[in-house]
Write a new protein. Structure first.
Length: 421
């Protein structure tokens, strides 16, 4: 995304315009009637809730604005595994939701709030930063749930709730689990609003790495990079002969630019299990009830895992994908644990797919080798919602001997930087 730098005055004017637009677009709330037809405590509670501030102008341009469009909401809703997993997590666990107050962070079109209300929640606060909030209110009212669901427009960091909540539900995951950094907002909401013993939905997340065999996608990226090298030579030759301008001083910078674009930036892909040369292993595990915001923003050490290679052949790269679990909390356990997975599959893929990274050149692996992985997941400096991976991979092999004893030796090693844009 672009990095914008609006003036303070422009930002102030934009926020004022946004505030005026919200006041005209969103009708004032009225005291609702409960299921028994009388004014109740839930309605009075909802009446005290307050919208928050609009997103920062730059963050809105880089991130939030995309979610204000129905077509993007539809893309996510049409991911049946995604939407179905949240449906099952709510509707298959009615005892966890019955009579509870729920906060939906990043509510979008309001579908998770609808699920929570249908599961028995007595009050749902649906917080949405974009103008999709106006549509979410209309959608929730169309389901006959306007007396339960209160839609608030603004960032969750700035909205006001009149009470603590029993459950926080959110679909915050991005590519490679952490892209978009929306988990930051979920954790802020947890620290502001979740009751002691309250439940996070999902409650746990795991990021996996797996080595990938022959990949046309990675081979094509290498060919395109090599084509840019040839293009540069042609370009500098012509600039010199046609215009007597020497651009050779830019070769190193051009190569670094193209290397980052073609060889160091991940690709979206839908893999099948046969393209993986070893089962994925957890590289990062998150308990949403206990993880701190500081751990996410400034990890103190790289995450590590070891992967046993199960096929002989080239390892052309590695992939990352994630699972989420809906387990509730220790005090409010889910009756039925639900799992949302984005693993390589022969069935229907999720809209997250997997992220693919290349080794250049590939690793020459043998069955029985071990791939040791170290990955430090950071935020990119120009846009904190994008990821920068600092990596160190070592391919270990047991030396051939009659006894089979001896320490494994390093037969290949790769250190590098990768980017999830």
């Amino acid at each position: 995304g672009r990095s914008l730098a609006p003036s303070a005055r422009a930002t102030k004017l934009a926020r004022a315009r946004a505030a005026r637009r919200w006041r005209t677009a969103m009708p004032p709330r009225k005291l609702s009637r409960g299921r028994n037809g009388s004014a109740n405590g839930e309605a009075e509670t909802a009446q005290a809730a307050k919208d928050g501030d609009a997103p920062d102008e730059t963050d809105n341009a880089n991130y939030f604005c995309e979610y204000a469009y129905l077509y993007h909401q539809m893309d996510m809703l049409e991911d049946n595994h995604r939407t179905g997993s949240y449906y099952n997590a709510c509707l298959h666990n009615p005892k966890s939701f019955e009579g509870k107050v729920v906060l939906d962070v990043g509510a979008g079109s309001g579908i998770l709030s609808i699920f929570a209300a249908k599961a028995g929640a007595k009050q749902v606060f649906a917080v949405e930063a974009t103008d999709m909030a106006v549509r979410a209110r209309k959608i929730c009212e169309a389901q006959g749930l306007g007396h339960i669901i209160t839609v608030l427009q603004g960032t969750v960091e700035t909205v006001q709730l009149p009470c603590q909540v029993d459950i926080i539900i959110s679909e915050w995951m991005g590519y490679l689990l952490l892209r978009e950094s929306m988990l930051d907002s979920v954790l802020i909401a947890r620290d502001r609003f979740l009751k002691p013993g309250g439940a996070m939905y999902p409650s746990h997340a795991t990021l996996y790495l797996a080595p990938v065999g022959a990949s046309k996608v990675l081979q094509d990226k290498k060919s395109l990079f090599e084509g840019e090298i040839e293009r540069w030579e042609t370009f500098t030759g012509r600039m010199s002969s046609w215009y007597e301008a020497d651009y050779s001083c830019m070769k190193e910078e051009f190569m670094a630019e193209q290397r980052k674009y073609y060889l160091e930036t991940s690709s979206f892909i839908n893999l099948t299990p046969k393209q993986i040369v070893a089962p994925g292993r957890p590289i990062l595990e998150i308990d949403l009830h206990t993880v701190s915001l500081e751990e996410l923003k400034n990890p103190s050490a790289p995450s590590k895992c070891s992967i046993g290679i199960s096929k002989t052949g080239p390892v052309e790269g590695f992939t990352g994908y994630f699972d989420n679990w809906f387990r509730g909390s220790a005090e409010n356990k889910a009756e039925e644990e639900v799992k949302l997975t984005t693993a390589p599959t022969t069935g229907a893929h999720t809209h997250w797919g997997q992220q693919l990274f290349g080794f250049y050149p590939p690793l020459d692996a043998q069955k029985g080798d071990t791939l040791e992985c170290e990955v430090l997941i950071k935020r990119q400096q120009k846009n904190h919602r994008l990821l920068h991976l600092v990596t160190h991979f070592r391919l270990l092999r047991q030396p051939a001997s009659a006894s089979g004893d001896g320490e494994p030796v390093v037969v290949a090693e790769r250190k590098g930087n990768y980017y999830v844009d």
